[in-house]
Structure formats: structure tokens, C-alpha cells
Design a protein around this ligand. Structure first.
Ligand SMILES: [Zn+2]
Ligand SMILES: [Zn+2]
Length: 105
């Protein structure tokens, strides 16, 4: 950061780059929060608001869990239909899918 100067104080060398707007800032401008270092309170506030509303990883996990449980439900339903179709209705085409009769004859 030796070659860069603070955006607000053009004579002062910058000590870092704002996490929100990526502008260089000096020691006097620095705003430090638990999210990181920023050039001003405006940027730290905007970044905190962005982080507070950003919940994508959690949503992704929920979506994935819903999809997996949906697939398991569909597989169980298909298996129940194959078992009922083979055992009760005598549909021989369903025999390869009738895993219940194969394991519990
Ligand atoms: Zn900034
Ligand atoms: Zn400054």
C-alpha cells in the first residue's frame, strides 16, 4: 500500500483498502468493525447490512435437504407401487423393481 494515497487525504499514504468500495484509506479515515476495515462509516454500515441479509449458504443447505428428502420419498413411493403392482396385481414387468419381495420373500 506504499504507492497508494488515501482517497480523502491525497497527501497521506494509504494503510489499507476498504472492504466495501475498495478505495485506499489512511489511519485517520480507518473504520474497523468485526466485519473488517473500511474507509468510512457509510461503507462499514453498508457492508454490515449486506452481510446481515446475505444468508445464501443456509438457504442452499435447506434446499439441498428438501431435495434429498423429496428423492427418498419418491423412491419409497415408487418401491411401494412396484411391490403392490407385482405382488397384488401380478404385473411381471415390475418384478425387477420389487425389492421388497426380493429381500423378504
Ligand atoms: Zn469505502
Ligand atoms: Zn484519510
Amino acid at each position: 500500500m506504499k504507492d497508494r494515497l488515501c482517497t480523502a487525504h491525497i497527501a497521506v499514504p494509504a494503510i489499507g483498502m476498504c472492504l466495501h468500495c475498495h478505495k485506499p484509506y489512511c489511519e485517520a479515515c480507518k473504520v474497523e468493525t468485526h466485519y473488517g476495515k473500511f474507509c468510512c462509516f457509510d461503507c462499514s454500515g453498508k457492508y454490515a447490512a449486506f452481510k446481515a441479509t446475505w444468508k445464501e449458504p443456509k438457504l442452499k443447505t435447506q434446499w439441498f435437504a428438501a431435495m434429498v428428502s423429496g428423492i427418498i420419498c419418491l423412491a419409497l413411493l415408487a418401491e411401494a407401487l412396484a411391490w403392490a403392482g407385482h405382488r397384488w396385481l401380478g404385473i411381471s414387468a415390475l418384478a425387477p423393481w420389487d425389492l421388497v419381495s426380493r429381500f423378504f420373500p
